[in-house]
Design a protein around this ligand. Structure first.
Ligand SMILES: Cc1ncc(COP(=O)(O)O)c(C=O)c1O
Length: 390
């Protein structure tokens, strides 16, 4: 049995993924493969750091440790070959909060924000709920993978004034790890039109062995100074409940209004446990992440082979990064609501409906593979059984 094969009981821990099943899906007895949250016990250095911090019985307002920038920069350098200027690092309480703060401080009400769809659904909330327009430019399926439609992006920028673009890199839900050429081409067209780039790189450590993540801001000084990048230990190490992330804002012209907006919103305070966990992760979690990705790569391959052999009606898009699988279920010929109900009621698995990610996701479902492999195998067997029933 491999380390990641152990299933730890999470019910009763106020886990959104497990304890909200009945509320969200109408049934608690399904395999939860929806929200992007891992079921693996984290890197042991993290609970050790948390236990040590918890032993000190004072939990007042907390500041960043002196080696904050060195440790985070060291991780980014080791993992992605990019060491941002220490002054560029701004603590944020979660990536979505950071993106919302960037939209609030660096764009104006009525402005348009571009995304490549289908895409992570909170991007819609943080723009439209703040009075910005969301412009979705669909990704294109080229027969083997999703690619950016540069002509459509350029055409959109010619016809409307776009203030910012939210880049999801790697891309949730389609699992692309954007290549250097793709990022250079997209970045150039955006910069030519003075579009600010908000690069959500929260999945950047979850890259399958044959791919490489390129931080957008690492590509050139101009890209760096026209962008805000978000990273965190949260997806990589399963720390989402600690809501601790980093915004990297090399340009002082962008950083100052961003920080002023954090002050205006009363956000940006350091969570005592979140910072302890993040520092422990980025100090010593390298080998744990390497082992995690090797395990997830085997699970991904198993899922791809299993679907090809036993569930021909469901065609998974091979992910290059993230532990999320984007499943093309259009051959089942069901509406989106019917499809989600089919997975819950017939197969006993809870997935995320594709249309949550925009129109471009209709007919698809997103499956979270970050579970012990025996559980993934069980889920696939249940889906196969459901799909072979008349
Ligand atoms: C692309 C992307 N951004 C942000 C988040 C959430 O980040 P946070 O919990 O730090 O707000 C997720 C979570 O699934 C995500 O997939």
């Amino acid at each position: 049995m491999q380390a990641f094969d152990e299933l730890v009981e999470r019910r009763g821990t106020q886990s959104v993924k497990w304890d909200d099943l009945a509320t969200r899906f109408g049934r608690a007895d399904v395999i939860p493969m929806w929200v992007s949250d891992m079921d693996f016990p984290t890197y042991p250095g993290i609970p050790e750091a948390l236990a040590e911090r918890a032993r000190h019985p004072l939990y007042g307002y907390t500041t960043k440790p002196p080696d904050y920038a060195t440790v985070i920069g060291g991780w980014l350098q080791r993992r992605h070959g990019w060491q941002p200027d220490p002054d560029a690092l701004v603590h944020v309480n979660g990536v979505v909060r950071g993106l919302a703060t960037a939209v609030a401080s660096l764009t104006e009400p009525g402005d348009t924000v571009l995304v490549l769809s289908p895409t992570y659904h909170p991007f819609r909330d943080i723009t439209e709920h703040q009075g910005r327009h969301l412009l979705e430019v669909p990704l294109v399926w080229d027969g083997t993978r999703y690619v950016m439609d540069f002509d459509a992006v350029a055409a959109a920028l010619e016809t409307q004034r776009v203030a910012a673009a939210i880049l999801c890199s790697p891309h949730n839900p389609v699992g692309r790890v954007w290549t250097r050429d793709e990022l250079l081409r997209l970045g150039q067209v955006l910069l030519d039109h003075h579009v600010l780039v908000l690069s959500d790189e929260v999945h950047c450590d979850l890259i399958y062995p044959e791919y490489r993540h390129i931080p957008f801001a690492s590509l050139s000084p101009a890209f760096a100074s026209h962008s805000v990048t978000f990273v965190a230990a949260s997806k990589t190490f399963g720390l989402a409940g600690l809501q601790t992330s980093v915004a990297i804002i090399p340009s002082a012209t962008l950083r100052e209004p961003f920080v002023a907006m954090q002050d205006a919103l009363g956000s940006g305070l350091v969570n005592t446990f979140g910072i302890a966990a993040t520092m422990a992760a980025f100090r010593g979690g390298d080998r744990w992440v390497d082992a995690l990705m090797a395990y997830l790569a085997e699970t991904r391959d198993l899922m791809l082979q299993y679907c090809a052999a036993h569930i021909p009606a469901i065609r998974p898009v091979p992910p290059e990064g993230t532990y999320l699988a984007w499943l093309d279920c259009r051959a089942l010929a069901l509406t989106d609501d019917e499809l989600s109900r089919w997975f819950v009621d017939q197969a006993g698995v809870a997935l995320t409906g594709g249309s949550d990610f925009g129109e471009a996701g209709c007919g698809f479902q997103r499956m979270n593979l970050a579970m012990p492999r025996p559980v993934v195998e069980q889920a696939l067997a249940q889906i196969a059984a459901a799909s072979s029933r008349p």
